[in-house]
Design a protein around this ligand. Structure first.
Ligand code: CTP
Ligand code: MG
Length: 223
């Protein structure tokens, strides 16, 4: 494998409601992070995995993941971007391709990991999986009055894993001024073109209770 994967998993999961940090919430009896790491480890290109975990859960996360795959676990930061930076600082020296993948996208198929890695290998410096936007999108003002309708044909919903040539991700993080919600955003600001590949509905981000219920159903019908 020529790919290292950084897994930001240090979030609280506020939108999921009260409970343990999101990466440790159970889906079909197993923590979300276990589902995510198992699928990453099943992708043949993946050489190493670095997880940024909640500071209070480092020992628990190491114990959880040890039977799944050889994984490095580091303390995450206050924002997603800080968690990715912490994982990036701990990544082994060899892999030339670095993927960043949300633990919250627990059901992401190994085939999507491979297709993002393959596009970087083929020559793109930055690659993101995307889906078309299905809803009509309106721009609104502070009073919830509609300002206009955005042309959704030109819009994409962005998932992870996002893939980067190592030097590009390292430089973009080093140059980062403010915190963004994805790594491709940093690379865009750094001035490097970002290429889209088809995403997967199974790579949905488990954000709200509805998403967790949907993920439970998806696992149940896959068995
Ligand atoms: N994440 C992280 N460190 C943070 C915040 C988020 O590693 N300080 C990770 C989450 O664990 C998740 C991914 O970034 O895997 C995407 O974030 P999100 O879905 O927003 O998760 P949470 O921040 O945990 O959820 P919420 O915003 O509802 O609290
Ligand atoms: Mg969050």
């Amino acid at each position: 494998g020529d790919v290292a994967v950084l897994v930001p998993a240090a979030g609280a999961g506020v939108r999921l409601g009260p409970g343990r940090p999101k990466a440790l919430r159970l889906l079909a009896g197993e923590p979300l992070l276990v589902h995510a790491v198992r699928r990453l480890a099943a992708a043949a290109s993946v050489h190493s995995i670095v997880v940024a975990a909640p500071v209070a859960e480092i020992t628990a996360v190491r114990a959880l993941l040890a039977p799944i795959a050889p994984v490095t676990v580091v303390p995450g930061g206050a924002e997603r971007q800080a968690s990715v930076a912490a994982a990036l600082a701990a990544v082994p020296a060899d892999p030339e391709i670095i993927l960043v993948h949300d633990a919250a996208r627990a059901l992401t198929p190994p085939a999507l990991v491979e297709s993002v890695a393959a596009a970087v290998r083929a020559g793109y410096d930055a690659v993101i999986p995307v889906l078309p936007v299905v809803d009509t999108i309106k721009e609104v003002d502070a009073d919830e009055m509609v300002l206009g309708t955005v042309d959704r044909a030109a819009l994409r919903a962005v998932q992870t894993p996002q893939g980067f040539r190592r030097a590009v991700l390292t430089a973009a993080h080093a140059a980062a001024a403010d915190a963004l919600t994805d790594d491709a955003g940093l690379v865009e600001k750094y001035g490097v073109p970002v290429h889209c590949v088809p995403g997967s509905e199974h790579a949905l981000k488990i954000t709200r209770p509805f998403d967790l219920a949907l993920a439970e159903h998806l696992l149940a019908i896959a068995r």
